[in-house]
Write a new protein. Structure first.
Length: 364
């Protein structure tokens, strides 16, 4: 079997009726994309991918040139070709690695389809269901504390055993954010885990102050409290707070994960398989974290994230987006009211694509 072509389709749904934001990024539009790897035997691997001009240039330029004509089942070899082959220097971080990630994930989908096996089994098959949490609690125009509590308690009522909310928007005070955390804790009750995500909002001293303000509300973790390159500040929080510190979604490759772990800058590792180098690299990172007795919980897309958590012995929990970032290109994962995502037995990634939506909303 040989790779004959790589295609990338972008999809746009236009402006959101209600924009939302975290501490640093305002989301005003909705869209996505899909990368496809075609072969001479008719097997096609597919995975989610952004479709920006830079992403197109990487995937349909250098990466496609390196992979066409190659055996798609030799994923380790192809990862090295993408990372090193034909370039003057290896690429450590950034959009090229993210582009590699989408292609690597599509190669795993292709391999699973060729072998008739789901990716979560091929990559490790540790568990056939994974715990999921509902990521939400964003800031929105007109969303006060009552509306926030209604949103997150609704997720809990639908079966999620854990929910996540945002903090750190600079237009509100630390006390107001702490009041939001308190109100959500009261709304969801003591038996639902509550994650708090600052999206790199603060310096270490401010984050430490806030962490101490909310410790009485028993956060499951405090996510990205400081800038992503502030390992020293994050390590201070790991040392000073009882609440676990979760971080890593802005890191790339096993080498970035190594530096994060060596700095003792996180209790829960969160590298994103859609960004860090794909499922291939994520499994290496999971093994590295396991050697330090650290749990790993991937940031991002639940279709890919659930495969990773199911495959790794130290996989903790899968991020899911019941409202924000819902991906209309794909059918939802099989989340059930008992709080678990049940893994598909379908070959490959198990993603069911909505081809009609893709056709109707494809970008030029």
């Amino acid at each position: 079997m040989k790779i004959t072509d790589i295609k990338l389709t972008g999809v746009s749904f236009g402006a959101l009726d209600k924009p939302f934001w975290n501490s640093i990024v305002r989301t005003t539009t909705s869209g996505g994309g899909r990368v496809e790897i075609h072969t001479d035997e008719g097997v096609v691997g597919m995975a989610p991918s952004g479709a920006s001009a830079v992403r197109r240039a990487h995937i349909l330029g250098a990466i496609k040139t390196k992979l066409v004509g190659e055996d798609p089942l030799r994923i380790g070899h192809l990862w090295e070709r993408m990372y090193m082959g034909g370039t003057r220097k290896p690429v450590a971080k950034g959009e090229y690695i993210t582009s590699m990630s989408a292609v690597d994930n599509a190669l795993w989908d292709l391999k699973g389809k060729a072998l008739g096996q789901p990716v979560w089994k091929l990559a490790g098959g540790v568990r056939n269901r994974v715990t999921a949490y509902a990521a939400g609690g964003y800031y929105e125009e007109g969303k006060g504390i009552p509306e926030l509590c209604e949103e997150l308690s609704g997720y809990a009522a639908s079966g999620f055993r854990a929910v996540k909310m945002k903090v750190g928007w600079p237009e509100v005070t630390l006390r107001h954010d702490a009041d939001r955390v308190r109100a959500v804790r009261e709304a969801v009750g003591p038996d639902v885990e509550l994650m708090v995500d600052a999206n790199n909002a603060w310096d270490a001293q401010t984050a430490l102050r806030f962490g101490r303000m909310i410790e009485e509300y028993d956060p499951y973790w405090f996510e990205e409290p400081v800038r992503p390159d502030d390992f020293r500040g994050a390590a201070l929080l790991v040392e000073k707070l009882d609440t676990p510190i979760a971080s890593g979604e802005n890191e790339f490759t096993r080498w970035g994960a190594r530096d994060l772990i060596d700095a003792r800058a996180a209790d829960v590792i969160q590298l994103d398989p859609n960004m860090c180098g794909g499922i291939s690299e994520w499994m290496k990172i999971a093994a590295l974290a396991s050697a330090y007795h650290l749990k790993i919980s991937p940031h991002g897309n639940p279709n890919i994230g659930s495969c990773c958590v199911a495959a790794a012995d130290n996989g903790l929990i899968t991020e899911n987006y019941p409202t924000a970032f819902k991906n209309a290109l794909m059918k939802p994962v099989d989340f059930r009211p008992d709080g678990y995502i049940y893994m598909s037995e379908a070959p490959g990634l198990g993603i069911e694509w909505d081809e009609d939506v893709i056709r109707r909303h494809a970008t030029a």
